[in-house]
Design a protein around this ligand. Structure first.
Ligand code: FPP
Length: 280
């Protein structure tokens, strides 16, 4: 496991974006008609990960370092999130998943939990239209238990319904998500369905989003080297890249550095010569 910084090959390539569909203003606020992407020249455009998942860590520390309330770090994290989503979309990444609120986050002070619930709702309300216009499909994974306010559940359902038919990048928001909870819920549904013989396929089919491919690349920021109950089943063969940047400071350059690190890895899936498929 390596740690990446955003030190990249200074030579830059200006290339047409892989997803070249003309689009209106992007979520990170860049103007309409951005038809070029500036990439480090050592990034191989034919080996862009299909699914990138992010643990957006370090918002609280970012704020504390500035003498601000922790919640200001989450607010600053929104800009990073949509810049990175934008960068991933331009590169042709098909699936982009973020850990927005974990099953453990309920243990935070009540004020911060309340803030995060409202914050997630505001982001959905404020961003869904532009994401929809960009052909992005929004999906959610996580537990819909009684702690999640009904209004937020409705917003999640509305955003998913609005964007259901989109054919571009799938943006999955892990909300009230825990990897163990996902497995428990999957096993419970398998038992409820009366299945006698359980295979890996059975479990995969009962996860929150059976269509979601396993992440190729998982990025965690803030210099923490943990998985923290994120996508425990799905990341069996993912490449893990850790960045020292705190999430609100994470930018496209850091994304490119993480993808470069991914491209430099030798994925063997338990075999010896880099097969295309996991060997189980
Ligand atoms: C971790 O930082 C970050 C979070 C718990 C929340 C991040 C959420 C967003 C940026 C919004 C996502 C919303 C949508 C709708 C996609 P931390 O508080 O654990 O930081 P620390 O480790 O420095 O304390």
């Amino acid at each position: 496991m390596a740690e990446v910084s955003a030190e990249l090959n200074p030579e830059l390539l200006i290339v047409p974006p892989i997803r070249s569909k003309a689009r209106p203003a992007s979520p990170c606020g860049r103007g309409a008609g951005s038809f070029v992407v500036v990439l480090p020249s050592d990034l191989d455009r034919s080996r862009i990960p299909n699914h990138i998942a992010c643990v957006m860590d370090g918002n609280g520390r970012w704020a504390e370092q500035r003498g601000l309330p922790r919640t200001d770090g989450h607010t600053a994290g929104e800009q990073a999130l949509f810049e990175v989503l934008d960068g991933a979309d331009e590169l042709g990444v098909d699936w982009f998943t973020v850990y927005a609120f974990s099953t453990e986050n309920w243990r935070r002070p009540v004020d911060e939990v309340q803030f995060l619930l409202r914050f997630n709702e505001e982001i959905l309300l404020g961003r869904q239209k532009e994401l929809h216009e960009r052909n992005i499909r929004i999906r959610f994974i996580g537990r819909r238990d009684r702690r999640v306010p009904r209004r937020l559940v409705r917003r999640m359902d509305d955003a998913a319904a609005l964007t259901r038919g989109n054919t571009g990048l799938t943006f999955t928001i892990a909300f009230n998500y825990g990897g163990r909870a996902e497995l428990v819920d999957a096993v419970q549904r398998i038992v409820d369905g009366g299945t006698k013989r359980v295979t890996e396929r059975t479990i995969a089919r009962h996860l929150y989003d059976p269509e979601m491919p396993d992440p190729d690349l998982v990025i965690r920021t803030s210099g923490e080297y943990r998985i923290s109950n994120f996508l425990l089943w799905e990341l069996a063969y993912s490449e893990l890249v850790f960045s020292d940047a705190l999430w609100p400071d994470f930018r496209r350059e850091h994304l490119y550095a993480a993808i470069k690190e991914f491209q430099d890895r030798d994925r063997r899936y338990g075999g010896v010569a880099g097969p295309d498929e996991p060997d189980g």
